[in-house]
Design a protein around this ligand. Sequence first.
Ligand SMILES: C[S@@+](CC[C@H](N)C(=O)[O-])C[C@H]1O[C@@H](n2cnc3c(N)ncnc32)[C@H](O)[C@@H]1O
Length: 421
Amino acid sequence: MPSLTLKERAARISEAAKRLSDELKQANFPEPSFELGLPAPLYSDAPDTSALRSKQELLYMVDELHSLLTEPVLQLTAQLRNPILSVHPIIRLGIAENFPAEGTSVQNLASKLQLSENLVRRLLSHSATYHIYHESSPDYFVHTAASRTLSENNGMRQWILIGREETLAGTCQMATTLQEHSFSEEPECCGWSVRNNTHLPLFQALAGMPERATTFAEAMRWQSTLPGFSHHYLIEAFPWGPDKQQLTVVDVGGSVGHVSQALLDHNPHVKCIVQDYPDVVSQGQASLPDAYKSRITFQAHDFFKEQPVQGADVYLLRMILHDWSDKYAIKILQGLIPALKHGAKVVINDRVMPGWQEAHYLVEREARDNDMYMLGLLNSRERTAEDWSALLKGADERFQLTTIHQPPQSALAIVEVTWSG
Ligand SMILES: C[S@@+](CC[C@H](N)C(=O)[O-])C[C@H]1O[C@@H](n2cnc3c(N)ncnc32)[C@H](O)[C@@H]1O
């Protein structure tokens, strides 16, 4: 791939687009449009013309520019959703972990992994077309920024594993369940449960699969290092009380407590209670650094039951309600009610999908892709602002939606709710 500056790339794109546009005009063809599609001379099987070549050139250059401007880690996670890459042996066979920082020859890697050179070359050559490795000669490959993250980061490998084995596997199976269950709100009526041959929904089933549950929890922890998922959006956006004022936060479904730790780093006067399934809280307890021990406690609690921590200032639901259909999300919210004091905050940190024409289609696509993943994983959903408002009303009129704050770079919004009861 030629090494070009951004301006050079933009100039080449502009020249090719102009050439193409002029040629179409001369031949009395309309420009491509989403409504009408491509004019006939630009179909792949049309006679070879310079217009067709300009189109091809534009497609290649635009894809290169897109890849170049995509944060390597996002490029990699997005590409790994591609079915071929999602089952790619670069992870399964340990290629990523065994790839030395200075690059390596096919021969060295093959002998280290005890695989045939031919196979290793095919796998690396394939991943090089996705910018995962860079082919400096047919026998020698070097790291790209994306593969460096992959090889150095265990959390990312776990993220990829759950992306592939839970999210993608469930989503791929979802079409088989939709006909039968399109009116159902039950979490086990989904692709994931069919795929795993279980009548249990994901989280309950994981409770009986300790290894997968650990991978899941570690992947959730790693997710907060992804651009768009950093804790700081939540922590800086919400008024967590002035310094020196004691504030009790219940981190409902808080996994291994990574959000609570970040919250404490921001405001040492916060006290957090992290609630989750027994195995998850044990994992969190065991890995909690000493510095947090006096201010973070763990509690096994099923959030469908009545909230045991009475009178806390904040009940945080980060990436919880999107796991559940309205019927169950309402139950989770109602489970809080007996514990809520007047003025207590319920902070929902979840996606708010853009409404019609509110955002660029790529922004909306990302949210709606996730809506499909939730459908496949748990028969659940992502929600628009309107959906959130209706959900809160459905749970209890006393849940008052105070603000929805969407930090510009964040995937998750902060829906601040005040209990007026
Ligand atoms: C998508 S993760 C979000 C974790 C964490 N809040 C975060 O932001 O990374 C959902 C969490 O809900 C927990 N969970 C699922 N069902 C639960 C239940 N009935 N009671 C308590 N926790 C539950 C899962 O174990 C998991 O840790």
